[in-house]
Write a protein that binds this ligand. Sequence first.
Ligand code: GTP
Length: 346
Amino acid sequence: MGRRFNRVLARLRRDFQLSIITLMGFFGVLGITPYAVYRFSQGNYPVAIADTVIVLSTIFAVAYAWRTGDTRKPGLCLVVIESLCATLIAIKLGINGLFWIYPLILLNFFMVTPLIALLATVAVLVMLVAYASVMPGTVFESHYQMLSFIVTVMMASILSFIFAQRAHYQRKQLQSWATRDPLTGARNRRVMDQELKIAVANQRRHNISSAVLVIDMDHFKQVNDRFGHQVGDQVLVSFVQLTNRCIRHEDRLFRFGGEEFLLLLCNTNEKGLRAAAQQLQAQISAHLKSPGGPVTVSMGGAVLYANERWQDWLERADQQLYEAKRAGRNRIHIDTYQVAETAKTA
Ligand SMILES: Nc1nc2c(ncn2[C@@H]2O[C@H](COP(=O)(O)OP(=O)(O)OP(=O)(O)O)[C@@H](O)[C@H]2O)c(=O)[nH]1
């Protein structure tokens, strides 16, 4: 029980959007349920049903987010459903219903991207004003009240939009600082460990094979010594740009050490690994250069075995890199399961 609770807390701490959707859901259900009960007791069924739909859809959205880890779809659904219900409630209750539009604005900006939230709020405003124009005296008691409502809603929306945009940008920047190498933009070592663990889990649960390629610049010290550190840096940056252009969208490049990189290829067997390595090497031979001429790389690769620990998998690829270096550099060495088995039995 205690461990389960700790796991829930850890997940909430790790996943910002999940914690937001949970918090909003909690307060939404807590705040609206008494009103739903009250409206039913008063016989105001359209509003009672709208309140109930809000409560149930909120519970469903939070449960969906927890089960799947996807917060985008339930967030969007909530924004659409709650905007429609809040509009209906405001139409039915007039000024008493209009108060609910303000928490709705906040909810929108917490749940979806700032632009979608702004559009949703404007849509609610347009629906209310259009209805009030067709049926005067239903939603607003006077033109002055309608104008005040439009101005205050727009002010609240625009300020929320600016704040949300800024928070969105800062979160992205923080995420980038925490996960990317500042020089090359490749993913860093911390993310690498996590992604390798995910690949191992995918192998165990879904039998999806993954492969790694450890790539190391050849004689890179000479580049630094002859042309300076800045030129060395530029070669590293060019290498990452070149590699990112060559690999598939789902593959991941990490900066493993100084001039050592790791390429994680998902859903790849030994044949695929070899083909990817050869293609990358051809591109590097053709395009990666320092002022002293072409820069070559050595590569060591390994496909993940069933039930293998990620550290052992990495160790095998590293061993192959070592062999490639020892064999003269500018070459690819791939660890083969069959060969390893044969060698053991021989
Ligand atoms: N410019 C630059 N150089 C780096 C960076 N990180 C590591 N290096 C350099 O990479 C070089 C690595 O040298 P070695 O480990 O001797 O390897 P090497 O010269 O490539 O030789 P082999 O790997 O055996 O082919 C060192 O000179 C490091 O200073 C970096 O961020 N920028």
